[in-house]
Design a protein around this ligand. Structure first.
Ligand code: BJW
Length: 256
């Protein structure tokens, strides 16, 4: 693994543009449950049963109970060493480069809605699946289309209401079958034009996020994956490292 880490470090050192895609695994060491694998189920439901407009239309209270439980869990979590390394890199802080000169441009794309990257101070961040701390109007009333922040834990009444029209509020996140916001998708695709693309803590099965590493590779980026396990991306990347992001990223940072 040391040789592989050294190779990634060398590629980052020579890079002008680094893009990092993160998934639920990066927050696992903070105590945020992942979606799939051990502990990925909430009651008997899979994320595919709950994170859909159909599920919300059928039973908004059930879906809100899942989100309320997750909000309460996340509220008690702190960014971990992996979030901190990425936040430092995003600020241009790494040995051998002048802080803030932009010699290494770092872009971070996260699928996570927990906002732990934001809380770590990450710059140049695109939250392609939204934020669990933002709500929008389910009925699509004009004022409620723009998400509003609501960090109350616990939420007083479930399901919460739109403050503008009194209709149902929904989490302002991207569910299966819903399109990513245009500007988010554009920013994520733009970021695939990079020298090094790191994919960290994602099962690499949910699209369009899962396609980004392939797009980066198609454009000539050096690609690497950091994950506890093999994923469908493992055989497609230049280097796959198996380990916890909270361990591997600090080790990689030490090599730069
Ligand atoms: C560690 C670790 C440690 C643990 N260190 N690692 C192309 C092909 C096939 C299907 C599709 C396709 N294009 C679109 C689709 C359909 C669908 C899809 O991808 N389905 C798949 C299941 C097959 N995609 C969509 O519907 C997307 N929309 C779309 O494409 O719209 C098109 C459209 C256009 C125009 C009009 C209308 C539509 C939207 C996808 C939205 C996904 N939403 C969710 C919920 C977000 C809100 C919420 O959080 O509640 O996003 S689902 C869930 O999965 C969440 C996550 O962001 C996402 C990815 O999960 P992630 O992050 O990878 O987590 P896990 O749990 O799966 O994996 C964790 C990993 O970490 C594991 O590998 C562990 O080993 C590892 N790990 N500890 C490092 N310490």
């Amino acid at each position: 693994m040391n040789d592989e880490l050294t190779l990634i470090a060398e590629r980052i050192t020579g890079a002008r543009r680094l893009t990092i895609l993160t998934g639920a695994g990066i927050s696992a060491a903070s105590g945020v449950p992942t979606f799939r694998g051990e502990g990925g189920l909430w009651r008997q439901y899979r994320p595919e049963d709950l994170a859909t407009p159909d599920a919300f239309g059928r039973d908004p209270r059930l879906v809100w109970e899942w989100y309320a439980w997750r909000r309460e869990t996340i509220a008690g979590c702190q960014p971990n060493a992996a979030h901190d390394v990425i936040a430092r890199w995003s600020a241009g802080v790494r040995p051998g480069s002048d802080p803030g000169t932009g010699r290494l441009k770092v872009g971070v794309i996260t699928q996570n809605v927990d906002d732990l990257h934001l809380r770590a101070g990450t710059r140049n961040l695109v939250r392609i699946h939204g934020s669990i701390w933002e709500l929008s109007c389910w009925d699509g009333c004009p004022a409620g289309t723009t998400p509003w922040r609501d960090e109350r834990v616990p939420l007083a009444d479930l399901p919460p209401r739109c403050p503008h029209c009194g209709g149902l509020a929904r989490p302002a996140v991207v569910w299966f079958g819903e399109a990513l916001r245009d500007e988010h998708l554009r920013a994520a695709l733009d970021a695939t034009a990079c020298d090094v693309f790191l994919t960290v803590g994602t099962s690499a099965i949910v699209y369009p996020a899962a396609g980004l590493v392939h797009e980066a590779r198609r454009q000539g980026a050096f690609t690497a994956e950091i994950n506890l396990e093999e994923t469908p991306a493992s055989t497609a990347v230049d280097v796959a490292i198996h380990g916890g992001a909270e361990v591997i990223l600090p080790r990689l940072a030490d090599l730069l």
